[in-house]
Write a protein that binds this ligand. Sequence first.
Ligand SMILES: Nc1ncnc2c1ncn2[C@@H]1O[C@H](COP(=O)(O)OP(=O)(O)OP(=O)(O)O)[C@@H](O)[C@H]1O
Ligand SMILES: [Mg+2]
Length: 499
Amino acid sequence: MSINPILSVENATKYYGGVPAIEAVDFDLRPGEIHALVGENGAGKSTLCKALAGVIPLNSGNLTFEGAEFVLKSPRDAFDKGISMVHQETSLVPQLSVAQNMVLGRERLFNSGRALRNEARQLLRSLNFNVDPARPAGALSTAQRQMVEIARAVYNNARVVILDEPTAALTPEETDHLFFLMNDLRQKGVAMVFISHALEEALIHADRITVLRNGRKIITGDAGQFDRDRLIRHMIGQDISQKTPAKDRAAKPRKTNKPILRVEDVRMGNMVNNMSFSVYPGEVTGIAGLIGSGRSEVAKVIVGQIRRNFGGGHIYLNDREIRYRLPAQAIQDGIAYVTEDRKVDGFFETMSVAENISLGWLAKWAKGIFLPRRARLRAKVQALEKTLSIRGIGQDQSVQRLSGGNQQKVVIAKTLIQEPRLVIFDEPTRGVDVGAISEIRDIIRDIADQGAGVLVISSYLPEILDLSDRILVAKGGTIVAEFSADEASSEKILHAAIH
Ligand SMILES: Nc1ncnc2c1ncn2[C@@H]1O[C@H](COP(=O)(O)OP(=O)(O)OP(=O)(O)O)[C@@H](O)[C@H]1O
Ligand SMILES: [Mg+2]
């Protein structure tokens, strides 16, 4: 039985600088199906999706919508056909409010700001999204920005919704909710493509799965015909067990009882309420919690990105009280923060990978005078590029043009080159593929094994459980529970995070 696709592309090829990002890809999407797109970082998933949404032109290939060939010259053409895309790095206008962003391109329908906000509020509520329609999009968290993009697609009665890693920044509850919503859209006949590195999501929620590898389509099939191992084999062309054997993690005795970092009763606005915890050298301390539990905020207070309240508690680095006014001071003291939002504070988009990593070095050691030993620096940068297997196509590619997962690796490399004694990772493997996830987790453990203190904030419980020697649970801006690696379990952590 063949079902007529609503949207399809044949022989799609897209070159960047003479190198194909996707090549001769056939792909089709049926009405009312959820179609998952999986593959390693840089495999071409975002490129294919952007071509389907009119964001980039193809070099060759034929697009068909409801049986008729058509050419997409701009996202507007796609939008008019009812094709909506939720981007990996969101595309909202930061200065406009949530409501204005949602109706962008259709503003004429409203004659007052209030009517607009009310309609937006109703829709957001019906989707169970906790976002204030009057706030500027620039003030939202990553997860909230994504919610607004999804709401925008729903608002526009999209017939095809393309979601590029929609769950990467969401908590487990938000992810469940998103799939519930997608299921609802499916019943209304909406076709959806979604990209995810969480293969279980594809296996559980998709009707069909397509695997891309190195810009080529490897296979499309019913989700039921795959399992995790088969998917990975298609993605990397070999067994994962042959790739990187995961390191065994033995429970280790604490070498010292002196914490490297002590946070005492820290308060910041209404996000952080008397938060207290310690981080020990040679250990990975994980913080689990829901979005809004104050985890990222306390990290930002520690490194001086935001100020705590007047009289809002104490923070000690090796017994010395610290209070940074600028993030640069934290770096000088050997504290690094690897942020979850790579676009905003991660790197300089138009510079090359090597330049970006070098900047991390300069931030720590050059102090304004350009005196690095170039050869040594270059060697270090190259070693990091290799360890993290940062891959773009072509040489000296600007970071902007790297795939999402490779961008995250650049942010990590930039930090590692500073040889910090305390590293705070905020959602370190967001958007990173299965192979690279284990590489990055190994690197995080190595940092601790070499004696630095490591704090990991992650909304992904298996990641917290896999990495941490000790697990803290944050809720409502305070730490509500603490578990050793041995006693921790998903159930206990979730219970503490919610109740
Ligand atoms: N604007 C661009 N200029 C040059 N190269 C690009 C550009 N956009 C993407 N590429 C390259 O095309 C390849 C495919 O990138 P794409 O973003 O489609 O990967 P992806 O499968 O979405 O990866 P990820 O899982 O990391 O998001 C990568 O090697 C990337 O560096
Ligand atoms: Mg991508």
